[in-house]
Design a protein around this ligand. Sequence first.
Ligand SMILES: *Cc1c(COP(=O)(O)O)cnc(C)c1O
Length: 385
Amino acid sequence: MKGTFPVKQFERIETPFYYYDTALLRKTLDTIRHEAAKHEGFCVHYAVKANANPKLLRIIREAGLGADCVSGGEIEASLRAGFPAQQIVYAGVGKSDWEINLGLDNDIFCFNVESEAELEVINELAAQRGKTAQVALRINPNVGAHTHANITTGLAENKFGIAMQDMASVILRTQALPNVSLVGLHFHIGSQILDMGDFKSLCNRINDLQDELERHRVNIANINVGGGLGIDYQHPNRLPIPDFKSYFDTYARHLKLRPHQTLHFELGRAVVAQCGSLITRTLYIKQGTAKQFAIVDAGMTDLIRPALYQAYHKIENLSSEEPKETYDVVGPICESSDVFAKQIDLNRCHRGDLIAIRSAGAYGEIMASQYNCRRLPKGYTSEDL
Ligand SMILES: *Cc1c(COP(=O)(O)O)cnc(C)c1O
C-alpha cells in the first residue's frame, strides 16, 4: 500500500520539498495528550531540534506541549511560535553566554545543566541580572540503548551530562551557589528506541538515584526523562502513530515518582517523523552494468539521515503503477554517500516521476544544508496546498 498524497497539487510545486500531513500530526498529538493524561504528573515537551518548521511548531504549541530546546536559536523559534517561556527547557553541552542570557532574560522554566563548569557560568550570569536560574542536572545514567551508535547518549564516558558518581558533589555545589536553584534531574539515553526494556532500565536507575537523594534529604520537584521513543520506518502507512501507550505505561509502572513530583518527557522524532515526507522528482534512469539507478533531484543536503546514520526510509513512486523494478535511489550531490537506498523495488520509474521518501518529518528539513550551493528545500503542509 502507498500513502495517500495530493499528487495533482504536487505537480505544481518545485521539487524537492517537504510535505507535512497536519491531520496525522494532530492525530499524533491527540494520542500523546490522551495517553499522557492517564497518568498523574506527566508533562510532555516537544524536542524542537527534530523539526523547527514554524507551521508545525504552532500546531504542537496549540496542543499544549512545552518546548525542549538545545540552542538559543531554538529558544527564539519556540517563543516566536508562542510557547510560553515557563514551558521551555534548555539543554546542551555547550551553551554560549548569549544563549544563557537569552534564557535568563525570558525567564525560561529550566536550564538542563550538563557540567559543573556550566553551572558556575549560569550562576555568574544570573547574578549579573539579579536573578535565580532554575536548573536541572543532566545525569548520565550509563544505560545503553539498543539503537545506532551515533545516537546513543547515555553511556558512561560521553560528552553529554554529569557522571553518576559526580552527582552528589554537583548537587552540593548547586546548593552552595546563590543564583541557581535545583529543581530537577534530567536524563536522555538516546534516540529511535523501540525496546521498552531500555526505558525500564532508565526507570530503575532513576529509582536508585532517588533513593540516594532521599538519604541525603535532597528534594527534587521534577524528573525529566528526555525523549527517544522510536517510530516504524518500515511501515509508515500501517503504523503511522508510535506506541505512546506502551511508552507512558512503562514509565508509570516502573518509575517511582515521589509525591508532588512532575515527570517531564521530551519527545522529538515520535511527534513529527511520520507526518513528513520528502517529495522529489526522478531526473534520469541510468542503466549500470548490474543495476539501475534512479537519479532524483533531492540529495543528502535535503535529507542527510541515510548518509549519516545509514538510516532506512521507505520510498514510493507516486506517479507509476507499473510493475516493480529494482533501483538504487541516488541524489545529485558530489559525494558517494549521497544514496537514499540501494536495491529497492519501486514501480517502474520514468523521468519526471514524483517519489516520496517517507517518515522524514524528524531530522530532515531541519538538517538540510546548502552544500554544493543548493537551495534549501521548502516545507509545505497539507493545509497550504
Ligand atoms: C534529541 C533530544 C531529545 C529528543 O530525542 P528524540 O529521539 O527525537 O525523541 C530529547 N531530549 C534531549 C536532551 C535531546 O538531546
